[in-house]
Design a protein around this ligand. Structure first.
Ligand SMILES: Nc1ncnc2c1ncn2[C@@H]1O[C@H](COP(=O)(O)OP(=O)(O)OP(=O)(O)O)[C@@H](O)[C@H]1O
Ligand SMILES: [Mg+2]
Length: 600
């Protein structure tokens, strides 16, 4: 796992190498201090040799400056390195998420992806920072200090060895429990983030349903759970300190007692005893540091796993050629078959003929495991307007989402111009298809910028023409800033119908061969909708248009109407044909006529 995540250090590798070298130098300079101090006490003071004391003192001051300089370099480069690492990791995750199919995103949920890109990456970044600063230093200090202490007096060193053993065992026992508890803490943080994100994304709905109190108590629950878990983990972790102090004081006492005798007997210098004691502190401090690192590593492990899960997700919709390079073993059998079938790939969509051949589909997350749509067969000829009707949840959106490969078919195939959609380059495929999704969204920026999403090179005239066709020009011009009006996140400052018309204009600007409108005029009044429809007939004669609509009035002029019921096609024909022969269609029509009559 560490290896897989270590690659993201990238161009910061040199700092990751430099910092430990600086740490080594800093530790050496610090560790040499007690040796010099012992010399002053044992040689300089008894001999009253001021110049010797000054010389050694000067050396100590120099060494302190050196240690300080290294300390500065360590701080500087370790933060540089860890921030760089965090940025690389975030970038890699973001790029990966961009390649995700809808199916992949459904699997993680957007909230969890946000947590992974922010919180988990921060955890990793902090860990790298601490690791660089401590991970080498602590064991190094421990070993060198022990060697130096041993060289002063071997017998006294046995006390240190004893203390290390006692400390290690108690730390190990504490850690074993703490690691488990910290994993729980991490999960609770995830739950909190999920709750916050869900609440904020849906804040308008929360307010309109007056669910604030419910949300508050829901949040309090996860918040309390986090506090409880964190306190439990901390309670165990803090045991470290009293044990540490106890062992440290015990060892010091034993060393002073035993070392004191040696000084009396003149087998040990007083200065040596003092420097020995400072090594003891350094050793025990290092042990504590090591225990801290272990604890941190445990916390980081949860984050690392969550990040790797994203990085290692197999993107189930992508270009075959790209996938073959990046993921040679990741192709499903179906993908491989298609790669072989059509070695010459179509460059881009031609006329826009769409054919469904025995298409069935089910969502990965579907609990029942049943197909959402089942054995769909039809052909849409270039330039036709195809309407899809059916009750809610019958699979209309699912069906059209298969055309631009927002999801891939489970069985059968979708063909455009007689070529399987999976054999197009994803970019070419999607560039040729304009989509207005049922849950469509706009982005923060000006209206004009949003429209250019459809076609970056569009001229102002083209933008205006598309907006006129989508009946959006008028309301855009009614804003003081016109096309330069700033939209908030998701286009909050527009009405539902205005948003829909902008989305239609955006899709039309693409001048696609195939245009998909999923319930995209539901918030537009009938008169405006009729005008939009008229412009389809006038300006999109070459475009194959799929319209999903609830109102029969929206689709009665369509060349072909596909009636869906429970994921199956139960009728295909024109309005008149279906009215005569199709029971489901008659029922939908009758219910709407009744509704209209009631209204009047
Ligand atoms: N992302 C998803 N994951 C799992 N199941 C889904 C997903 N999206 C839709 N479904 C399920 O698939 C079925 C068909 O949904 P779909 O959105 O295609 O219906 P629809 O005909 O467009 O309905 P509506 O008229 O309400 O838009 C529904 O039962 C729905 O619960
Ligand atoms: Mg739908």
């Amino acid at each position: 796992m560490i290896k897989k995540l270590a690659v993201f250090i990238g161009e910061y590798k040199k700092f990751a190498v430099l910092v430990p070298i600086f740490v080594f130098c800093e530790a050496l300079s610090e560790l040499y201090m007690p040796v010099l101090m012992a010399k002053i006490i044992d040689v300089g003071i008894p001999n009253s040799d001021i110049s010797y004391i000054a010389k050694i003192g000067g050396l100590m001051a120099g060494l302190a400056c050196l240690a300080m300089s290294f300390g500065y370099l360590i701080m500087r480069y370790s933060s540089y390195c860890s921030h760089g690492y965090g940025a690389n990791l975030r970038n890699a995750l973001f790029e990966k998420v961009q390649t995700f199919s809808f199916q992949n995103i459904d699997h993680f949920s957007t909230a969890s992806l946000v947590t992974r890109l922010t919180n988990d990456v921060n955890n990793m970044q902090m860990t790298v920072l601490m690791m660089l600063r401590i991970v080498l230093r602590a064991p190094m200090m421990l070993i060198i200090a022990f060697i130096l202490a041993f060289s002063i007096n071997a017998r006294l060193s046995t006390f240190i060895a004893g203390a290390i053993v006692v400390l290690s065992v108690s730390i190990w026992l504490i850690m074993r429990t703490a690691v488990k508890l910290y994993t729980i803490v991490q999960q609770k943080i995830d739950a909190i983030n999920n709750t916050i994100q869900e609440n904020l994304i849906g804040v308008r709905i929360v307010k309109s349903f007056v669910r604030a109190d419910f949300e508050k108590s829901k949040f309090k629950k996860v918040n309390d759970a986090l506090t409880e878990a964190a306190v439990r983990a901390a309670n165990v972790a803090v045991l470290n300190f009293p044990i540490m102090i106890l062992v440290m004081n015990g060892a010091t006492l034993a060393i002073i007692w035993s070392g004191g005798h040696m000084v009396f007997n003149n087998t040990l210098g007083a200065g040596q005893l003092i420097s020995f004691l400072s090594y003891v502190f350094q050793i025990l401090f290092s042990v504590m540091m090591i225990s801290m690192i272990i604890l941190m590593a445990a916390r980081a492990q949860a984050s690392a796993e969550r990040i790797l899960e994203v990085i290692e997700t197999r993107v189930d919709i992508g270009d075959l050629s790209l996938k073959q390079i990046s993921d040679p073993n990741g192709l499903s059998q179906q993908d491989t078959l298609h790669a072989n079938d059509h070695s010459a790939r179509s460059p881009s969509i031609g006329k826009g003929k769409v054919e469904f051949r025995h298409v069935s589909f089910k969502y990965n997350s579907s609990e029942s495991g049943e197909n959402v749509i089942c054995d769909i067969n039809f052909t849409a000829h270039p330039g036709e307007i195809i309407a899809i009707v059916g009750g809610t949840g019958t699979g209309k959106s699912t069906l059209v989402n298969l055309i631009p490969r927002l999801y891939d078919v489970t069985e059968g195939s979708v063909l455009i111009d007689d070529i399987d959609v999976r054999d197009y380059q994803l970019q070419d495929l999607r560039n040729g298809i304009g989509v207005v999704l049922q849950k469509n969204t706009l982005f923060s920026g000006t209206i004009y910028e949003n429209l250019l999403w459809g076609n970056e090179t569009a001229t102002h005239e083209q933008v205006e023409a598309a907006c006129k066709d989508a009946q959006a020009h008028e309301f855009i011009m009614s804003f003081p800033e016109g096309y330069n009006t700033l939209l908030g996140q998701g286009g909050v400052n527009l009405s539902g119908g205005q948003k829909q018309r902008l989305c239609i204009a955006r899709a039309m600007l693409k001048q696609p061969k195939i245009l998909i409108l999923d319930d995209s005029t539901s918030a537009v009044d009938s008169a405006t909708e009729a005008k939009i429809r008229e412009s389809f007939y006038n300006n999109l004669a070459q475009t194959t248009v799929f319209i999903i609509a609830q109102r029969i009035s929206s689709i009665r002029d369509a060349d072909k109407i596909i009636v869906l019921d429970d994921g199956r096609v139960v009728g295909i024909g024109t309005h008149q044909e279906l009215l005569k022969s199709n029971a489901v269609y008659q029922e939908i029509n009758a219910s709407q006529l009744e509704g209209a009559a009631d209204h009047e």
